[in-house]
Structures are given as structure tokens and as C-alpha cells.
Ligand binder design. Structure first.
Ligand code: GLN
Length: 484
């Protein structure tokens, strides 16, 4: 039963083929037996999950509930959950139990989904490999010597290994799409403002957006439906009706105009990934779409622009971890300065410290214009590139990452190499656009994702294209042969 999608599971639960309690027990048993080899969960909550499954079974028995009632999911450990530790992958929050639920957590609970536990992630979502986590790296179920991608690496690995039906993620610069690509699953990062950031621990607030990692576009649509929508507690969430995502999945793609950025298929792209993307475009043409070359001339600037903005915002956001109000506090501080200094020195890992220092520097009075302001100008140029492109095409497609999943440790000594791998994902976050990664093939036995980028608020179309793709392909059904 763990191989079924959410849509299939919901039908089985409703028909009484098995109960939510059976399903939850199955996932919990798999987590217990398999996760020691993957490390995709930071916390597991068997009692809470089984209690919620029991309630769901009562509702299902009465014919009540919706498509998510009784479906076991996991949350990235960046979402605050009342009663279960929320660590954000950091020693700083190792003992933090949030007094409230994030809006995303609350809405999914109201929709009837139940929480198996919290998934591993890069510390404060800073990374592309899940190797900066205080709880150790996550392993890719397709090849345990390799990274699952990051920062939502635990969510992607858990979904791929069938250790939950779906999982939430967040994407500041690619953290949903890139791990989805590396682990052969489907992931959507919605338009900035579509999903509430309330209770989602902040990294780069003008870039952060919550989304879903699941096995299919249909499952992503079901979860996103419950997560999305205006929240008065997040001033950047947008007051705009949520369309019927599952209802829009059957939209035909004949006549669709696909733009392919010329800048994205050149040097630096692994030939295996390039072959998968090219084959996918040919297939879309066979399905009735038209492919056109477009230009995103400023996209090479996205890495420099993104890292200045993300680190600047992080340096400000992470100032709240001062040893006083949240998280780790050093032993016997001599005075207030010592309390701040040692609590932060002990609580944060190397990558987080590096980013706080660079961000603080970029925001300092003498350098603000040269770095932060310049980066904001780049941001505008990149958004304008997309605006022009969407006057010409309906959707943009390209690679998610330059290579498939790389070996653990391959880039840990060279942060710049790690940052360069984000080249195809960052521009969207700078512009605030929605993006999706779908399994599109393999390169040397490793999954490769195809990236779909939509215009603002065009999630319905992205999900429909992905769903149509998944009606005629079965890469999303291929499971890693992971049983140690
Ligand atoms: N890899 C990027 C970074 O380290 C993006 C991370 C993210 O999307 N959270 O900032």
C-alpha cells in the first residue's frame, strides 16, 4: 500500500480496503526499519500519528472527510509544530518546541492529513545537499553514497523511499525543485505569496515560499489546495482566490507554447541531463506543444544577486537567535555580550556563520550600495527578463540542476561550487515565480528532473502540464530499489 499515490490511497481508504491506522502503521514500520540508512527524519511521532489516524478512521467510517483525510504526511522541520520539536536542522533549535502551529501545518491538519514526523534539512535551509544539517546528512535512496539535494533533502528522500505519502518543503532558491529532481519525485514551489509563511522559520523572507514534494502532480495539487490561500498573519501572503488545482489537471496541452532559455542549455550542463531535457521537449512536441527558444539574458547574474540578497536577509532574520528568547543558551555567561557571542558561536554551524558574516558585510553602511542595492537591481532585471518571456510563451522549461545527485562530500569544502549548482533555480525565487520539477528520465541510473516555470499565479497550468506528462510517462512510478 505504501507504493500508492495519495489519490489512490484516498480511494482505498474510502472503500475500506484498509484503514488509515493500517497505513500509518505501515509507514511507521518502514521508517523504523529503513530510515536509519537514510536519515530523512529528524523526529518521528508515532503516538500522535496513530491517534490522528484513529480519528480519521472514525470520520472515514461515517463517510465524512476529504481527499486528505487519513493520509500520512511529513513536514520539513522548518514548519513550527506544536508539541513536536522544530529544529530547522540546527543545534540552535535542538530543544525548541513551538507553542503554535504554522499556518501550513494547521491547514493540512484541518484537511485531515496526519503527521508522521519532521524531515531533515540543511541548517536553516542553507544548502543544496542536506549536508549542513546538525543531524547529519540525508542519503539519496537511489544511491546512498549520494546526496538527496537540499535544503528539503529529508522530504524528498522520504517521499522517494515511500516513508510518507507526501511532505512539505520550502524553496528559497531551489530547495523544493532540486531535491525533487535528485530523488525522482515531483515538487512544486508556488508563486511568492501563495502559501503563508506564518510559522515557517525565516531564511530569506523575500524569497522563501512553502510548497510540496509528492510522487505525482495530482498529489501536489491535492496538498497545495489545502495549503494555499491568504493568511492575515503573513503580511506577504496575497489575498487572491485559490483555484481548483485538482479540477484543472485534465486541461489539454495541445497548442501550448513552451519557451526554452538559450542560456540554460549551453556549457556547464551535464550531457546526461541535457539529453533528458532535450528528449522531454521532443516528447512535449509529440503531445501537441510548440517549442520556442527564448532569452533570459540576465540569468547568469542570478547566483551573485541571489546570494547577496539571501545572505543579507538571513543575517537580519537570524539576529533573533541571541540566547535570550529562543533556542540554545551558553553555560554561565559572564555578561550580556558573552551570552550573545557564545550562544551564537555554539548554536550555529559553519555555513550559517559564513552567511551571517557575508550578509552583515553586504548590509553595512559602507558596502550597502555596492552589494545589496546592486543585487536588488539585478533582481529587477531578472524579473523583467521573465516578464518579456511570458509575453511570448505560456511556460518555460529547462533543467533543474546542472548534474544529477552528486557524491556526499564532493562539494563540502568548496561553498562556491555548491552555490553554482543553483544556477537554474534561483532566478525564479528572485522574480517570485512558480516552478515545478517532474521526473523526466535517468542519467547513469540517477533520476533527472525537468523544470517547468509558470507566470505568476499559474500553478494550475503547471500542474496540468505535469499531470498530462505523467499520464504518458512512468518515471514518477519508478521506485528506488532501496532495501538495504
Ligand atoms: N541552495 C540555496 C541556498 O543555499 C537554496 C536553498 C533554499 O532554497 N532554501 O541558499
Amino acid at each position: 500500500m505504501h507504493h500508492k499515490t495519495i489519490a489512490e490511497l484516498a480511494a482505498c481508504l474510502r472503500r475500506g480496503e484498509f484503514t488509515s491506522t493500517d497505513l500509518t502503521r505501515r509507514y511507521l514500520a518502514r521508517i523504523e526499519c529503513l530510515d536509519p540508512h537514510l536519515n530523512s527524519y529528524i523526529s518521528v511521532d508515532p503516538e500522535g500519528a496513530l491517534a490522528a489516524a484513529g480519528h480519521a478512521d472514525v470520520r472515514l467510517g461515517r463517510g465524512e472527510g476529504g481527499p486528505l483525510t487519513g493520509i500520512p504526511i511529513a513536514h520539513k522541520d522548518i514548519f513550527c509544530t506544536q508539541g513536536i520539536k522544530t529544529s530547522c536542522g540546527s543545534c540552535m533549535l535542538d530543544s525548541f518546541i513551538a507553542p503554535y502551529n504554522a499556518t501550513v501545518v494547521e491547514r493540512l491538519e484541518q484537511a485531515g492529513a496526519l503527521v508522521l514526523g519532521k524531515t531533515n534539512m540543511d541548517e536553516f535551509a542553507m544548502g543544496s545537499s542536506n549536508e549542513t544539517s546538525f543531524y547529519g546528512p540525508v542519503r539519496n535512496p537511489w544511491d546512498v553514497r549520494r546526496v538527496p539535494g537540499g535544503s528539503s533533502g529529508g522530504s524528498a528522500a522520504a517521499v522517494a523511499a515511500r516513508l510518507c505519502a507526501a511532505a512539505t518543503g520550502t524553496d528559497t532558491g531551489g530547495s523544493i525543485r532540486q531535491p525533487a529532481s535528485f530523488c525522482g519525485v515531483t515538487g512544486i514551489k508556488p508563486t511568492y505569496g501563495r502559501v503563508s509563511r506564518y510559522g515557517m522559520i525565516a531564511y530569506g523572507s523575500s524569497l522563501d515560499q512553502g510548497g510540496v514534494i509528492a510522487r505525482t502532480a495530482e498529489d501536489c495539487a491535492l496538498i497545495l489546495q489545502a495549503m494555499a490561500g491568504f493568511d492575515p498573519r503573513d503580511s506577504t501572503s496575497v489575498e487572491r482566490p485559490v483555484p481548483d488545482y485538482p479540477g484543472g489537471l485534465d486541461t489539454d496541452i495541445v497548442g501550448l507554447c513552451i519557451g526554452v532559455p538559450e542560456e540554460w542549455l549551453g556549457t556547464g550542463l551535464d550531457p546526461g541531463v541535457s539529453a533528458v531535457v532535450t528528449a522531454a521537449l521532443t516528447r512535449f512536441e509529440a503531445m501537441g506543444a510548440r517549442v520556442e527558444q527564448i532569452r533570459l539574458p540576465h540569468s547568469p547574474l542570478c547566483i551573485a544577486g541571489y546570494y547577496v540578497i539571501a545572505m543579507s536577509e538571513a543575517s537580519s532574520n537570524l539576529a533573533r537567535y541571541d540566547g535570550v528568547r529562543f533556542g540554545h543558551r551558553c553555560q554561565e555567561p559572564a555578561d550580556l555580550t558573552d551570552l550573545y557571542r557564545r550562544s551564537r558561536a555554539e548554536g550555529f554551524g559553519t555555513e550559517v556563520k559564513r552567511r551571517i558574516m557575508i550578509g552583515t558585510y553586504a548590509l553595512s553602511a559602507g558596502y550597502y550600495d555596492a552589494y545589496y542595492l546592486k543585487a536588488q537591481k539585478i533582481r529587477r532585471l531578472i524579473a523583467d527578463d521573465f516578464r518579456r518571456a511570458f509575453e511570448q510563451v505560456d511556460v518555460i522549461m529547462g533543467p533543474v540542476a546542472p548534474t544529477p545527485a552528486f557524491l556526499l562530500g564532493a562539494k563540502t569544502d568548496d561553498p562556491v561550487q555548491m552555490y553554482l549548482g543553483d544556477i537554474y533555480t534561483l532566478s525564479l525565487n528572485l522574480a517570485g515565480l512558480p516552478g515545478l520539477s517532474i521526473p523526466a528520465g535517468f542519467s547513469a541510473d540517477l533520476p533527472v528532473g525537468l523544470q517547468l516555470i509558470g507566470d505568476y499565479w499559474d500553478e494550475t497550468r503547471l500542474l496540468a502540464i505535469a499531470h498530462q506528462w505523467q499520464q504518458t510517462t512512468d518515471w514518477h512510478r519508478t521506485a528506488p530499489d532501496f532495501e538495504p
